[in-house]
Design a protein around this ligand. Structure first.
Ligand code: BG6
Length: 489
């Protein structure tokens, strides 16, 4: 099958190989693609981390991770063994120099020097530059090497610039793959298909017909074992500066000439550059930040953020922002973005609300058409239309849903977004990765919001775990004459 074509043999070196991301996402994703036949038998996956482990012990951890994070029916014993045979491990503090690099060097020396090498940085971003420095010091950067950078790329413009400069000293931009796993999600990519492959949509895709856009990604989990990271980050840096702005870009961008990486990235960048800057004054009216307090999620009592943390904190676990894209297409169209930890549900969706039909013939204003793109769960598209209320002799209107689930052939679950992206890095296709100027433009927009929050221009609100969020977020939309999607469901 075309889309499961085998990639060329490669070495995949994962720094941070004992961490949560590697165990939960990267190894399961690679296993799945191995199972599909996309990863050749002579590919190598080399884990590198500080923990002193023999290869066998690392393989045992990897086996355990596959069992924990993948459904048992896809873990065919022979196949798992063949996959694990591809795995190696080196004990390495990648930010320091020394003889500890010899083991990695000799593992990589086994292959042809022109073989594709992917260095995946699943470590703290502060280490990215020094890892690159060491890769260079030990002669491990080849023409066919690429580096995959996990977010967050910095915590503001200055730190992002330092990281990008540090990596850029050793890798040219075309060899740098900044991953944003939302771009690997099927429905996120589907925004392009829906908008540009359907004249019905393209014709209506502007402020002339669209009244507002909502982009939501809320989840039931709290900060769990990640409090140390999360408390330095918060909802805006963790989800909005990257994932949700990327989604916004796909919704708002002008048609790129092609699906070539730079065409798409230029179109996204133009949106980021057109985002209306938020000032202290507008932050006060157009942004909401909040922390969850104790509540009930999925029938279970859960503690509040501060209790979980065990110390005071001014980090937000909820953020809602109304922003504007200052281009002719989006004149007068608010874009509402929100994200939350410990929400009552896990939902990521894009909701496009159209302007109501300007007709008086029904004696009532028809409801606005709404297009809901469900990123997760139950990936699909729901278009809410007005129809005649069939039960009545009189002519009045009700809403009907044209609802389609987007499914894989055979009803199989969607591949995890990391699968596609991990192999795109091997294939050398950067279209679903973020270019440096996009990261910077996103910080340019986000930083004033963070500053306004830091200087208390916007009060910290609270919301009960398991709720839809603070009342102030409802009021934020009410001021624009709008409601959040769940309020109208
Ligand atoms: C990650 C964030 O990037 O995305 C997490 O760091 C968040 O805090 C996760 O939970 C959400 O991803 P998804 O795919 O579950 O929506």
């Amino acid at each position: 099958m075309e889309h499961f074509q085998q990639v060329e043999p490669f070495d995949y070196v994962i720094f941070g190989a004992t961490g949560d991301l590697t165990m939960r996402k990267l190894l399961p994703a690679l296993y799945n693609r191995f199972r599909m036949g996309q990863i050749p038998d002579d590919a190598c996956i080399i884990g590198a981390a500080r923990t002193d482990l023999e290869r066998e012990a690392y393989v045992a951890r990897a086996r355990d991770a596959l069992q924990r994070f993948l459904p048992s029916d896809i873990l065919t014993p022979g196949l798992v063994d063949r996959f694990l045979a591809r795995l190696d491990y080196v004990t390495l503090d990648s930010s320091r120099e020394g003889t500890q690099w010899d083991a990695l060097k000799s593992l990589l020396a086994k292959a042809q020097p022109d073989r594709v090498r992917v260095y995946y940085f699943a470590t703290a971003p502060q280490l990215y530059a020094s890892i690159c420095e060491n890769l260079n010091r030990y002669g491990l950067i080849t023409a066919n090497s690429r580096v995959v950078l996990e977010k967050p790329i910095g915590t503001n413009m200055a730190t992002a610039t330092a990281i990008n400069d540090g990596v850029g000293q050793y890798f040219p931009e075309k060899q740098i793959y900044r991953i944003d796993h939302y771009l690997g999600k099927e429905t996120v990519q589907n925004v392009l298909a829906l908008r540009f492959a359907n004249p019905l949509m393209s014709a209506a895709w502007s402020g002339e017909h669209i009244e507002s856009v909502q982009i939501t990604a809320v989840e039931t989990v709290g900060v769990e074992g990640r409090a140390a990271y999360y408390d330095t980050s918060g909802a805006l840096r963790d989800m909005i500066q990257n994932h949700l702005l990327q989604v916004l870009c796909l919704v708002a961008m002008e048609a790129p000439d092609s699906l070539e990486a730079d065409a798409v990235r230029n179109a996204k960048l133009a949106v980021l550059n057109a985002l209306r800057p938020i000032t202290d004054a507008t932050a006060a009216t157009e942004t909401v930040r909040a922390q969850y307090t104790a509540g009930v999620v999925g029938g279970e009592n859960v503690p509040g953020y501060l209790e979980e943390l065990g110390q005071p904190s001014t980090t937000e676990t909820y953020a809602a922002i109304c922003t504007w894209v200052d281009t002719p297409r989006w004149k007068d169209v608010p874009f509402y973005i929100r994200t939350a930890k410990r929400s009552g549900r896990k939902v990521s969706e894009i909701v496009v609300t159209f302007r109501p039909a300007a007709t008086t013939m029904f004696g009532e204003t028809p409801a606005s058409n709404r297009l809901v793109l469900r990123i997760q769960p139950n990936e699909g598209v729901d278009l809410q239309l007005n129809v005649k209320n069939p039960a009545l002799d009189v002519f009045n209107l009700r809403t009907a849903d044209l609802d389609t689930s987007i499914r894989m052939e055979g009803g199989l679950p969607f591949p995890d977004s990391y699968e596609r992206l991990l192999l795109d890095a091997v294939r050398g296709d950067p279209v679903l990765f973020i270019r440096r100027d996009e990261v910077e433009a996103a910080w340019r927009w986000a930083e004033p919001v963070l500053d306004a929050w830091k200087h208390d221009k916007v009060p910290m609100q609270t919301y009960s775990a398991g709720s839809y969020g603070p009342e102030q977020a409802t009021q934020l939309l009410a001021r624009h004459g709008d409601t959040w999607h769940e309020a109208s469901e």
